[in-house]
Design a protein around this ligand. Structure first.
Ligand SMILES: [Mn+2]
Length: 139
């Protein structure tokens, strides 16, 4: 029996650089040994950030006039890591896997009126242990 899995992580401004480098595959070497570089080309994006997450956050804050003072201790972004087990993805195949992540993306966009515009990035990683999506949004 497979389950849909969603893990929620909160980030302060200082964390954004590190997750950006992992999610967008900006490093040459990764401490994470699960990454199979030969499969990285299979990764895809449901939302491509124009800038780094830090800059995206600043842009959103300015563009939508988000209020509130940002302190170094403030959580300013959240990341949902959406996945299931490897057997599930093996069973449903490539096309349905893509549909799974697109459905999850649309669900998060609409959930509690989050607004798609606040999603900074959505990257599907096919080059690790099992397929998963990193969905980063501004809160
Ligand atoms: Mn990943």
């Amino acid at each position: 029996m497979s389950y849909a899995i969603i893990r929620n992580v909160k980030y302060k401004k200082e964390n954004l650089k590190g997750i950006y480098r992992h999610n967008e595959r900006k490093n040459f070497n990764y401490s994470n040994k699960n990454i199979d570089k030969e499969k990285t080309y299979l990764n895809y994006s449901l939302k491509e950030p124009i800038y780094s997450y830090e800059k995206e956050f600043d842009r959103l804050k300015k563009e939508y006039d988000l209020k509130g003072q940002i302190k170094t201790v403030s959580n300013i972004a959240c990341e949902y890591i959406i996945t299931s087990d490897k057997e599930f993805f093996d069973r449903i195949g490539e096309k349905e896997t893509k549909r799974y992540f697109e459905t999850a993306y649309n669900f998060v966009s609409e959930y509690k009126n989050l607004g798609e515009k606040y999603i900074m990035s959505a990257q599907v990683h096919m080059d690790e242990e099992s397929p998963h999506m990193h969905l980063v949004f501004c809160q």
